[in-house]
Design a protein around this ligand. Sequence first.
Ligand code: BG6
Length: 493
Amino acid sequence: MNENKVLKPTTIIIFGATGDLAKRKLFPAFYNLYIDGRMPKGFNILALGRADNTNEYFKNYIKKNLENFSRKKITSEDWAGFQAHITYFQHQLDEESSYKNLHQKLEDFDTVYGTRGNRLFYLSIGPDFVSIISNHIKNTALASDAKKDRIIIEKPFGHDKQSAIELNSLLAETFEEEQIYRIDHYLGKETVQNILAFRFGNSIFEPLWDRKHIESVQITVAEEVGVETRGAFYEKTGALKDMIQNHLLQILCMVAMEPPASLESGEIRDRKVDVLKSIRRISADQVDHYAVRGQYGKGNINGVEAKGYRQEDGIASDSNTETFAAVKFYLDNERWQDVPFYVRTGKKMKEKHSYITIQFKPLPHSTFSESSQLLSANRLIINIQPLMDIRLQFMAKKPGLSLVLKPVEMIFDNFACQEDTPEAYETLLLDALIGDLTLFMRSDQVEEAWDVVKTIQEAWEDNKDSSFPNYEAGSWGPKESIALVERQGNTWV
Ligand code: BG6
């Protein structure tokens, strides 16, 4: 976000460099930043993995993956330049001696490449390893300079409120809060960032952005994919912890936050924490009223037969993990009192579509009621992906001799040329290199977000849902989620 800060020569140390995230997102992001001339002049990527790979083998593996996952085409000239910055380093996450070797390697790098001790540690590993790595980094003094060293941590950050608090205090033993970059990649998406510009860069929308004019807000993140190869991880996680606690609540914060006084990272993060604090906590006996869970059974997606969740690899045949979750939230504050915020997310749904719907209130009185014309209330749709546009729905006169109205749509599609739109990880990695924390989660944000879902999480963990599987792969989720919004006369858009 901050264009004015300078990129310093840096060594990027990736823990879990042979994993899925590194191959699909991290290396492609660094490669694209490199092509765009946005990497620091002196940079090194030290790729850590357990296996005894040669540098050459690892680089070939990265090259092959770039061909599949890079936004920009890979050319031999660019690759030749980029690959010179990568070094593979065999490393065991749980062995102190490995960290001592790493220490030596980093010092050698500083001398050879002039990276002057600026280090960016990227923990692209399962949540169980965060504390182990952090402890070793501390014991071997790998990150001893608060001004030069940073750490990026992937979600999920902890597995509940208590574990997040513990993890935060453990990290605080080694790092200052300003050195910790907790990633939520949804915050790096262009369309999510654009919510700020749309709300606070225009004079016509913000005056309407409150309970007087808005009837309800809906946030949907529907995925067509299932759990793919991540069965073991997903079984322990589920949709509430995997998506709602982080991505959907962060989008909700962008929609609901008060105008920040400036674009300073602290200011924006304060306003988001205000939103999380104002979300009404759902009491244990109200969970069924406010939240719906689902698990997909077999079905059909775009004409292709799809397995049920319990038939996927690594999944228990009587699994109680939810692959769909919908929650109705209320915010207890002046702007949003009584406005329902519906959020839902699910895997193996009918289509991939993430979008926000702002449903405005209907007219209190219609001038056109005499002609018994049905007026649709105005609606604003912010499409996050794969469509990346903003649509305002309103009524207009149908061309012709009579005064007949019809709903029409005004579309802003600045993102149509997607080729030039950076991937979320490019934005976030660049911000981390620059040292801009705005799009990253602060410790209190993460803890509040866990607090918001706490009672739902406990109720769902403690009670098996005997109706599972309760939605077909290729549908829009369980019918109870429709009832959740219909109870108030609304429908999912
Ligand atoms: C990740 C979740 O954080 O986000 C995945 O762990 C999910 O389960 C993914 O599929 C969705 O991200 P995107 O960018 O594809 O919408």
